[in-house]
Design a binder for this molecule. Structure first.
Ligand code: NDP
Length: 241
């Protein structure tokens, strides 16, 4: 049976690896993001079963409009879109700066998942799956970014009750440090990257495919009794380091 998969932020990094993993099985994969050129290039690279869909997941109108372009039920939703405004926003003084940072992180990492899931909910297949990409930062006291990812994990528990009645599972995959994504590109000093690797038990940084494999398992029949959980995929890294 050909499954229909929706991966937000699927043009790069972890989302791209998730799209590639599902595309290699019998699935049609819709990838979203704000940059059309990136999505089109990724779809061309991954093959004809991957379809680009321009959408800012923080904008309710765009979420609804983009979903109207998809036919039929959706078997797997991967809420992967996100980022850390602490890296991306310019410094601003005062409460206006604080508010901008909090709003950006909550919008990108929590509200985007709430909007997309709510819009898709009535179209999720019986026995389908929702997987959110959280972060080890949820347990690190990592400011507004960590708070947004912690909120995602909390909301996931509530969602599990609601979706469980329809045989749908929902889980959070919480990566530790994953290299080869745009998330940290040119933003992480080499010394800090070394510290993050040292904090793992495995002595290696994760790569996007590590997360894709976990997402793929959580969307399989073998994971049908797993729901409302947050699963750390971090090489055993302890949040306090
Ligand atoms: P990337 O920056 O490569 O991927 C983020 C993707 O999300 C981009 O493709 C971006 O595309 C998209 N995106 C961002 N904001 C929006 C939006 N508002 N609407 C639609 N798409 C959006 O980094 P990663 O692959 O690392 O990040 C994926 C997820 O993993 C994020 O949620 C991140 O918080 C999480 N994570 C990453 C870790 C790491 O070490 N890399 C560690 C822990 C968690 P575009 O800009 O075109 O919209």
């Amino acid at each position: 049976m050909t499954r229909t998969i929706l991966v937000t932020g699927g043009g790069t990094g972890i989302g791209k690896a998730v799209a590639a993993k599902f595309a290699a099985s019998d699935a049609v994969v819709h990838i979203t993001g704000r940059r059309k050129d990136v999505l089109v290039a990724t779809a061309a690279e991954l093959g004809s079963s991957v379809r680009p869909l321009v959408c800012d997941s923080t904008d309710p109108e765009q979420v609804v409009a983009s979903l109207a372009e998809l036919d039929g039920p959706i078997d797997v939703l991967v809420n992967n879109a996100g980022g850390n405004a602490d890296f991306d926003l310019p410094e601003r003084d005062g409460l206006a700066g604080v508010l901008a940072r909090w709003r950006a992180n909550l919008d990108a990492n929590l509200i985007s998942a709430v909007l997309t899931t709510t819009a898709v909910e009535s179209r999720l297949s019986e026995g389908g799956s929702v997987i959110h990409i959280g972060s080890i930062a949820a347990d690190q006291g990592a400011g507004s970014y960590g708070a947004a990812k912690a909120g995602l994990a909390s909301w996931n528990v509530d969602l599990a009750r609601r979706l469980g009645a329809h045989g749908i599972t929902t889980n959070v995959v919480a990566p530790g440090y994953i290299r080869e994504t745009e998330f940290f590109r040119d933003k992480l000093p080499a010394e800090r990257a070394e510290q993050l690797v040292d904090a793992t038990c495995t002595g290696r940084a994760g790569i996007p495919v590590d997360i894709a494999e976990t997402v793929y398992f959580l969307a399989s029949a073998g994971a049908r009794h797993i729901t409302g959980q947050t699963l750390g995929v971090n090489g055993g890294a302890h949040p306090s380091r």
